[in-house]
Design a protein around this ligand. Structure first.
Ligand SMILES: [Zn+2]
Length: 279
């Protein structure tokens, strides 16, 4: 028996035994055609710093644990593990279109999709997967043509503007209308906790000038509102502001529920975001 609990703006925590994952109300409107969810740190078999639902093969964990964790989250959400597609993420801006020929790449077979931090598809039953532990997942869905995109946007991806790459790739799909896109920024490090040194501050300041994105903490430390920058960039790309939902959950503040690179001092597991156009 699944339990549903609202934990953030437009965000629902689903509890199914020991398994916990989240969904977004603004995307649940499209549940007839779209599957979407994001894992938490709960419901798996991993131990120690990866306890318990680590989905990252690059972490300090046994491969068999990660495979079992994928099996469990896919079971809970009725997604076929054979449909998952993922790439090695490199904190870049490359965004790849995938289709039925890419099903299974990353988990059930070797992936030749390299160097990308974003995936999009218009093909049913191909499940996009991206990995996160403070870096923002960005979910994009265009309901008039059933196009879905999932992006991994940490500070480097936000600075180098992966949103721009994703939107220009998607704008090439016939019939794509940015004004119809439903966007969600999932759990990731918040303005409250993303503190950087002066050099990183200046990289951002030179590119994104609005004072509202920054807060001085001390002589040499600044806080940056990465989600605020992402929201602004999505709107500048033509997405209706009313359709841009920031779930407003900080992974470091909610380290009880989510893996957080900063909250766990770098020794942590990885969550994953998932999106699939239904058959
Ligand atoms: Zn925080």
């Amino acid at each position: 028996m699944k339990k549903y609990e609202r934990i953030g703006r437009s965000t629902v925590l689903v509890t199914d035994g020991s398994m916990k994952y989240i969904e977004f109300e603004s995307l649940n409107k499209y549940r007839d055609v779209l599957v979407h969810f994001m894992s938490t740190r709960h419901g798996g078999v991993s131990r120690g710093e990866c306890s318990t639902l680590n989905l990252g093969f690059g972490r300090n964990d046994d491969r068999q644990n990660v495979i079992e964790n994928f099996r469990r989250i896919c079971d809970a959400t009725a997604v076929e593990t054979e449909s998952l597609v993922f790439t090695n993420q490199v904190h870049g801006t490359k965004v790849l279109m995938v289709d039925e020929n890419d099903r299974g790449k990353g988990l059930v077979k070797e992936s030749d999709l390299k160097g990308s931090d974003g995936l999009f598809t218009v093909t049913p039953n191909v499940t996009l997967v991206t990995f996160h532990a403070d870096c923002a997942p960005i979910f994009l869905f265009e309901p008039s043509i059933n196009a879905a995109a999932l992006l991994h946007s940490g500070w480097k991806g936000t600075l180098s503007d992966i949103v721009s790459e994703a939107m220009s790739a998607m704008k090439k799909i016939p019939g794509f209308d940015a004004g119809r896109v439903e966007a969600v920024i999932g759990p990731s490090i918040g303005f409250c906790c993303f503190e950087v040194d002066e050099d990183v501050y200046w990289l951002f300041r030179d590119k994104y000038a609005d004072d509202a994105f920054y807060c001085r903490v001390s002589d040499s430390k600044w806080k940056i509102d990465l989600k605020g920058i992402i929201k602004t960039r999505l709107a500048e790309e033509g997405i209706d502001e009313k359709k841009i939902n920031d779930c407003d959950i900080c992974t470091k503040c909610r380290n009880d529920l989510f893996f957080s690179y900063r909250g766990d001092m770098g020794r942590t597991g990885s969550m994953a975001a998932f999106m699939q156009i239904r058959r």
